[in-house]
Ligand binder design. Structure first.
Ligand SMILES: Nc1nc2c(c(=O)[nH]1)N[C@H]1C(S)=C(S)[C@@H](COP(=O)(O)OP(=O)(O)OC[C@H]3O[C@@H](n4cnc5c(N)ncnc54)[C@H](O)[C@@H]3O)O[C@H]1N2
Ligand code: MOO
Length: 402
């Protein structure tokens, strides 16, 4: 059976970055930069004060004390028009432009002002409390590389660089179709043998949090006609994800149903738990990921395969997030040939280490346990038994994953 890493490599090889679009700066958080953002201005745009006080000529000050003549008042946004000569100073504030002729800032705590006279016994080296032009970034400098998921601080630097619009990759549109005769819309009256469809809303929420635009299709019946109809529902989407009908049961028709309308299967079944019956293929040029129906398997496979595929589509430089190190909070048995993803809580021990404690029940239908988990503990194929306190690798599932 295919390994998890080889399956992911094949999935990533089969998806392409999406085209770019321009969005307002205020809409850019969470989107992925499609081009480097180049500063249109320098920051600061000129030498400015970093404190409230007096712009002085450092050479005028001496330990024996000096009295300067204050020749002006220049708050931020109101630059001093003249030039400052020997023995003179200008009242300035944080962010004020340094008046011509000055080279340091005497903070007001160290000055005694009396009318137009400003006395001090402090000395300063040139440049004290001055932020130099372009100290943060210079006009023409790249302040955000292409392929970065933009955070609030990126919006800040882009604004400072005087951009009102940013070029980002289009959000991937992902069609999600659950399959199964037993499925009902959540909130419906539940008859014998029926269950609420948890996969569609869960996967839509996960993908939306990851920056995609989910397209929730109605649940499909376990029959070939419903699956064939899927082909007509995916116009304009960038990826098709199904959940259910992936395994070997005679009602598990997704692969056969899609193959009848031209789907080419790249792989089916991988060495993974949960998620063994994962499918991957293409319907024409449309990438298709067939998730297992057990909701925890559908979720874990989405974390491990769908999110990296979306990051590749978004043009992100690093589509696969490296695992995080933690220590085990409980003993775990030796693993078999399938890479395991144990649902676990996260805490910190007294040494400040992250402690991942797997739940004793790991059934792939147990959504309540998934909902209480903050991490997946990775157990490599054939890993020997490990004890509480041993180092392990985890995938965090607590923050919004992107
Ligand atoms: N003989 C074998 N049986 C199974 C194997 C196997 O190798 N040999 N693999 C098991 C594994 S592993 C998994 S995972 C499941 C996956 O099967 P399917 O993808 O075909 O999923 P379904 O049979 O459609 O459903 C499984 C389970 O999950 C429930 N389900 C399905 N969709 C939803 C939904 N949208 N919301 C909530 N719950 C859902 C469904 O009712 C079933 O209980 O196969 C094993 N079997
Ligand atoms: O994916 Mo199945 O849930 O491995 O048991």
């Amino acid at each position: 059976m295919l390994s998890v890493s080889e399956a992911r490599r094949r999935i990533l090889a089969g998806v392409l970055p999406l085209p770019a679009e321009v969005v307002a700066l205020t809409e850019a958080c969470g989107r992925v930069s499609a081009a480097p953002v180049v500063a249109l201005v320098s920051n600061p745009p000129a030498d400015v004060s970093s404190m409230d006080g007096y712009a002085v000529r450092a050479a005028d000050l001496s330990a024996g004390g000096v009295s300067l003549t204050c020749i002006g008042h220049a708050p931020a946004g109101h630059p001093f028009a003249g030039a400052v000569g020997a023995g003179e100073c200008v009242r300035i504030f944080t962010g004020s432009l340094m008046p011509a002729g000055t080279d340091a800032v005497l903070i007001q705590e160290n000055a005694q002002a009396d009318g137009t006279h400003v006395a001090t016994t402090h000395t300063l080296s040139p440049g004290t409390y001055v932020r130099h032009r372009g100290q943060d970034f210079a006009a023409g400098e790249v302040v955000i590389p292409a392929g970065r998921r933009l955070a609030a601080q990126d919006v800040g630097v882009a604004a400072a660089a005087n951009h009102a619009w940013l070029t980002v990759t289009r959000r991937p549109r992902v069609a999600i179709a659950a399959t199964g005769d037993e499925l009902l819309l959540p909130g419906s009256p539940v008859g014998t043998g029926q269950i609420a469809n948890s996969n569609t809303p869960m996967l839509a929420a996960l993908l939306r949090a990851a920056g995609a635009e989910p397209v929730m299709l109605p649940a499909l019946r376990d029959d070939m006609a419903d699956l064939a109809a899927l082909e007509r529902m995916v116009d304009g989407v960038d990826m098709l994800v199904t959940a259910g009908g992936a395994s070997v049961g005679s009602h598990d028709l997704v692969r056969r149903g899609l193959e009848q309308v031209g789907m080419t299967t790249d792989f089916w079944k991988i060495a993974m738990r949960p998620g063994k019956p994962l499918m991957y293929g293409h319907l024409g040029r449309l990438p298709f990921i067939g998730l297992p129906g057990n909701p925890v398997a559908a979720f874990v496979c989405s974390i491990v395969f769908v999110l990296p595929a979306l990051r590749r589509m978004a043009g992100m430089a690093q589509p696969v997030e490296p695992p995080v190190r933690a220590v085990l909070g409980a003993d775990v048995p030796a693993n078999d040939q399938r890479m395991d993803h144990l649902r676990a809580t996260l805490t910190h021990n007294e040494q400040g280490q992250l402690v991942a404690t797997p739940f004793s029940m790991q059934d792939s239908a147990m959504l309540h346990i998934l909902a209480q988990s903050q991490a997946l503990v990775l157990r490599a194929p054939h890993a020997p038994a490990a004890q509480r306190g041993d180092v392990c690798e985890i995938i965090r599932i607590d923050p919004a994953m992107a």
